[in-house]
Design a protein around this ligand. Structure first.
Ligand SMILES: [Zn+2]
Ligand SMILES: [Zn+2]
Length: 261
């Protein structure tokens, strides 16, 4: 299988990195994790076919993770028509508003050229097809924000997830955004992982890398990378990874591809 990091920045674009989006490909079928802007443009420029996409998994509803959803939906006019079904797995709190948003943009999910399904994610098993099985774990990223929105009477529930994916006999986890401590990450690495795709903005490398060293992780891919580790700072982060990690790692840039054999 191949993993392509379409966008590797955090909440803001920078001159060298766009918002978060990661593509997982197996057996000619593609799965996206998050679709921060400009996910569909980056997907196209990476030479990928919109007809190959099977599902999208959104970790949480911050704009840097979901801001490219409308244009991605639009690009399925280049898909396979009736022969293609795409499932958007979204935090359940987003199903109704995103359905209404797509309708407002003249892209009613029921009227797309492909079959588009919106599926609400809660903790637990959230997706399965003939190749892939996905389980959602809470990531804790929006715990505080969800509570303060609820106090104001707003409908936000503060849902945020990590996704554990099982395919080709391998286990891959996407951390999603995390709180600075490792209460939630601890569950993500509880079972052996062939690859951990981890954010590097809300957690500090000098804290998380030593903590990860004895966890059952075969390889680490860093995405959602904070400004100090962009450009020249990447060397500093790489040194810290070499110092602490007993397993291989990749600091992703936009367009990085890794093969997992
Ligand atoms: Zn983020
Ligand atoms: Zn976020």
């Amino acid at each position: 299988m191949r993993i392509t990091t379409l966008g590797t920045s955090h909440g803001s674009h920078t001159m060298t990195r766009n918002n978060t989006s990661t593509l997982l490909e197996t057996d000619g079928v593609g799965y996206l994790v998050d679709c921060g802007e400009p996910a569909s443009g980056s997907y196209l420029r990476a030479g990928k076919d919109f007809g190959d996409l099977r599902a999208l998994f959104v970790t949480h509803l911050h704009a840097d993770h979901v801001g490219g959803l409308a244009q991605l939906t639009n690009m399925f006019k280049q898909g396979r028509g009736e022969d293609q079904t795409v499932t958007y797995c979204l935090p359940a709190e987003g199903i109704e508003p995103i359905h209404a948003y797509l309708q407002t943009l003249y892209m009613d999910p029921e009227l797309r050229p492909i079959t588009l399904e919106l599926s609400g994610v809660e903790e637990g098993p959230c997706y399965e097809d003939e190749r892939l099985r996905v389980t959602a774990l809470p990531s804790g990223h929006l715990e505080g924000l969800g509570a303060s929105y609820a106090e104001r009477g707003l409908p936000n529930r503060g849902q945020a997830f990590s996704y554990v994916m099982e395919l080709e006999g391998k286990r891959i986890a996407f951390s999603g955004d995390q709180p600075r401590d490792f209460r939630y990450l601890d569950r993500v690495v509880a079972e052996p992982l062939d690859l951990l795709v981890m954010e590097m903005t809300h957690i500090r490398p000098e804290e998380v890398l030593p903590w990860l060293a004895d966890k059952p992780v075969a390889k680490l891919l860093l995405i959602h990378i904070w400004d100090p580790w962009h450009d020249a700072g990447e060397d500093v982060l790489r040194e810290m990874c070499f110092e602490h990690l007993p397993f291989p790692f990749t600091i992703a840039r936009d367009g990085t591809e890794i093969e997992l054999l």
